[in-house]
Design a protein around this ligand. Structure first.
Ligand code: UTP
Length: 294
C-alpha cells in the first residue's frame, strides 16, 4: 500500500474577480449552491474520501471561512431554545472537529503553485491532496474517493480528469493519456490551455490532485510561468520527469463554479436532486423556460 493520504490543501486566496461585486466583501468560496457554501461541498467530499485535516490557504477578507467551520454559540443556543434539533444536527455535522482545520495566509496572489507552497510546513513530508474550491464535482462516489481508489493501486501522483468539448481545450489544463492502469491511465503530459489542434486529448484537469511532497521543493524555486504567476502545472511537469503521474477519469460531472454559467448550472442540478425542492423547483424552471420561449 502507498503512504496514506490524510491532508488536503484548499487554496482560497484568489480574488474571485469574475464574481464581482458579489465577492467584494465576501469570499467566492461562500457563494452557495442551494443552501450550502461551495467550501462545505469541498470539505464534505474530502471527509467522505477519508481525509483527516484541511489546510486552507487564505488571503485578506477570508475570516468568514474560519467562522463557518467554528461553533456558533449564540445561534446554536437560540436553535436549542426553539427546539430546532434538525438544524443543530446539521450544523454539528458540517463544522470542523477541533484541530482538524488549519489556516495560513498567502500574502500576495502569486499564483496557484505559490498558494500550495504556502501550505508546505502544515503538510510536511507526506503525500497530500489539492482541492480547488470552485470546482464542484457531482457524482457517487465522490471525485476524490475515485482518485483514492486508483492511488491505492498505483501510488505516485494522481490527477482527476474529465472530458471537455474538444473545441474548448483552450480553457483548461489538458492531459495526455498513456496505457490504462486499474480504473485510470498513465499520464504522459500536461498542457495548459492548448488550442484544439495542439491538445493531446480532450481530458481536462477538473481541480483535484494527489501530489507527492517533492512538489514543494520544485515550487520553492519560485519560477514564474504564464501570467508571471507560479503555476502548479509547471511544477507538476517537472515532477513528472522523476515520478509517475496517473489520470483518474471522474465518472460524474464537475461544475466550474468560478464561472457564472457553471455556478448557475450547479444550482439547478443540485436543486433538482434535493428531495425537499425538486418537484416544485422543476415545475418553476419549466414554466420559466416556456415563458422565455426556450
Ligand atoms: P482562479 O484562477 O479561479 O482565480 O483560481 P480567482 O481569483 O479565484 O477567481 P477569478 O478568476 O479572479 O474570478 C483558482 C483557485 O486558486 C486559488 C483561488 O482561490 C481559486 O481557488 N488561488 C489562485 C490562490 O489561492 N492564490 C492565487 O494566487 C491564485
Amino acid at each position: 500500500m502507498p503512504a496514506a493520504i490524510r491532508k488536503a490543501v484548499i487554496p482560497v486566496a484568489g480574488l474571485g474577480t469574475r464574481f464581482l461585486p458579489a465577492t467584494k466583501a465576501m469570499p467566492k468560496e461562500m457563494l452557495t449552491i442551494v443552501d450550502r457554501p461551495l467550501i462545505q461541498y469541498v470539505v464534505d467530499e474530502g471527509r467522505d474520501a477519508g481525509l483527516e485535516h484541511f489546510v486552507m490557504v487564505t488571503g485578506r477578507n477570508k475570516g468568514v471561512l474560519e467562522d463557518h467551520f467554528d461553533i456558533a454559540y449564540e445561534l446554536e443556543a437560540t436553535l436549542t431554545e426553539r427546539g430546532r434539533t434538525e438544524a443543530i444536527e446539521q450544523l454539528t455535522r458540517d463544522r470542523a472537529a477541533a484541530g482538524t482545520m488549519s489556516f495560513t495566509r498567502q500574502q500576495e496572489p502569486l499564483g496557484l503553485g505559490h498558494a500550495v507552497w504556502c501550505a508546505r510546513d502544515l503538510i510536511g513530508d507526506e503525500p497530500f491532496v489539492v482541492m480547488l474550491p470552485d470546482m464542484i464535482p457531482r457524482g457517487e462516489p465522490g471525485c476524490l474517493a475515485e482518485m483514492m481508489a486508483l492511488y491505492d493501486e498505483t501510488g505516485g501522483n494522481v490527477i482527476s480528469v474529465e472530458a471537455c468539448d474538444p473545441a474548448e481545450t483552450g480553457s483548461y489544463g489538458i492531459v495526455g493519456l498513456g496505457d490504462p492502469i486499474g480504473d485510470g491511465f498513465q499520464m504522459t503530459t500536461m498542457v495548459e490551455k492548448p488550442a484544439p489542434q495542439d491538445a493531446p486529448s480532450n481530458q481536462y484537469i477538473n481541480g483535484r490532485y494527489i501530489l507527492q511532497p517533492e512538489i514543494f521543493g520544485i515550487l520553492a524555486e519560485g519560477r514564474r510561468g504564464a501570467g508571471n504567476e507560479i503555476q502548479i502545472t509547471d511544477a507538476m511537469l517537472r515532477l513528472m520527469e522523476t515520478q509517475p503521474f496517473y489520470a483518474s477519469p471522474f465518472s460524474g460531472r464537475t461544475y466550474d463554479c468560478g464561472s457564472k454559467q457553471g455556478f448557475l448550472a450547479a444550482n439547478v442540478a443540485f436543486a433538482l436532486e434535493r428531495e425537499d425542492l425538486s418537484e416544485a423547483f422543476a415545475a418553476e424552471a419549466r414554466a420559466l423556460l416556456d415563458a422565455a420561449g426556450r
